[in-house]
Structure formats: C-alpha cells, structure tokens
Write a protein that binds this ligand. Sequence first.
Ligand code: UTP
Length: 297
Amino acid sequence: MRRKVTKAIFPVAGLGTRFLPATKSVPKEIMTLVDRPLIQYAIDEARAAGIKEFIFVTSRGKGALEDYFDHNPVLESDLRKKGKTELLEILRGTDMESGAIAYIRQHKALGLGHAVWCARRLIANEPFAVILPDDVIAAEKPCLQQMVEAFEDIGENMVAAMEVPREQSSAYGMLDIGEENGPLVRVKGMVEKPAAEDSPSNLAVIGRYILTPKVLQNLNKLKSGSGGEIQLTDAIAEDIRQEREVYGYRFRGRRFDCGNKSGFLRATVAFGLARDDLRDDLMAYLRELQHVDRAAE
Ligand code: UTP
C-alpha cells in the first residue's frame, strides 16, 4: 500500500444551521477568522502536509466557495495599477494550481460519511485525508502534517484525537482505546455522540482523518446511524470489526470548533491576538471590557 497521502477531501456540503441566518446565503466555510475564510486555513494546512489534490464535496448554495478559488483579474489589475503590492502578495498566497481542485456535489445532506463516499471515484485505491474546515487548529507544525508523517510509518487509519470533558461526549465521536505509543493510541472501538455515562473514554475524534480506501467500501454498505445520518465514524469502526487497525493521533496544537458560535468567537479573538498588526489594539479593548465587567460587579 502506498503510504504517501496526496489527496484530501473537504466535506463542505453541510447546512450550517448553527449560523443561520448568515448561512442562508454565505457558506459557513467562507466566514472569516480575522481576514481569512475558514477554508483558507484548511487549504494551507493541507498544502503544508503535501496534499496535491483537493476534493471539495459541495452542495446547493456553495457557489461563493468555488468563486473564492478563482482568479480575479479585475481586482488584481486594479491593485497592480495602484501599486498595492502587499495586497497582491496576499492574493497570490491563495492561488491554486490549475486542476488541483475538484468539486463533487452531495445532492442531499445525508451526513459526513455520505459526503466522503460521494468522492469515492476521485480517491480510487489510495489513502486519503479528510479535513473538516470547521475545526481550525493553531499549531507550530500543522496538525495534518503531524499525522501524515506518522501515517508514513504505520500506514493504518488514523483520526485526530483530543481529550474533552466527558459531559461533552455527546458532541463527538468517542474512542474506546487500547495501548498508547507516543502520540499514537490504538483504537478498539468508536461510538458516535454517546451520552457521557456511555462514553468509552474522554478521547474525542476531531476533524482530521487519514483513511485507507477500505473505509470507502465500508461506506458502500452503511445505513444511516446516529442522528439519521450516514456516519464516517461507523465506517471506520467497521474496519476495526474487520480486524484492521485504527489509531487515534494526539496532535500538538490548539483546536477551535468554529462550527458553533462560541468557538468561532474564541477563535476570532485568539487569531486576532496572534497578529502583530492587531494584537495591541485588541488587547487594549479586552482590558477595557474587563474593567467594565469588574465595575459592574
Ligand atoms: P456539521 O455536523 O457541523 O453540520 O458537519 P453542518 O451542516 O455543517 O452544520 P450545523 O450542524 O447544521 O450547524 C461537519 C462537517 O461535515 C460536512 C459539513 O459541511 C462540515 O464540514 N457535512 C455534513 C457534509 O458535507 N454533508 C453532510 O451531509 C453533513
């Protein structure tokens, strides 16, 4: 089996209901942390990990996402004429090689597992990454790069894993775990969104995966699971039942769940504070808020 991972699926066909009314017309993945859309963070992470083919699973109303990756010659020539070279550089950083992106449509939002399955013909018979752009991870070495390096050694299914308070189990796929070896944890089973008391551990799966093509075959046979959706977790758990290996990877980095409002706001503050051009002003404002808060007590 080839161990190099060069393809990544970006499932972006969800309805994004937690951000209504914005998501009536703006795809969630285009919403910005400071001045970059969520999808740009995901693409940058994939590129750093050596991904060459970017497969977007989209749906109705996601046109803005496709436009985002097109060149904008009018804007570029305007910036050039005005000598705005810094802005031009920023735009160039978002350029994608021609033919590097493929779009596949998920006709009905039947779940993450179904979205991944929609891309099966573009994956064929090689390992592939799945990146959920809602999960933004700030890390010295990008999370997917950490995982790709580990995958080159072990060549087995791998999911990004993170400890969460048990009472939050019902928001995640949770891992039943065996022996640990550095950042790698052998997975004995996976449960999608269990109640806290039924969760096999406090280790949750978050939005980065490296999967072997067998998982796509498992998806062929899957019926809808938790929440009436076709779950990717169930297809990975099926691999464990068939005695193939699955590992959790405890990545180094800080993950923000930008799929909900509070996580998105936290990420906005954290990424704002990480920027040289914004830090002082934002910090002064946060201190001001703290004073107002104290005065009110
Ligand atoms: P979420 O569970 O966050 O769902 O999907 P959502 O529709 O995006 O948002 P809410 O819950 O309504 O607010 C996790 C990831 O799986 C993709 C989403 O686009 C997101 O990247 N997804 C989900 C699909 O591509 N298709 C689906 O049918 C479901």
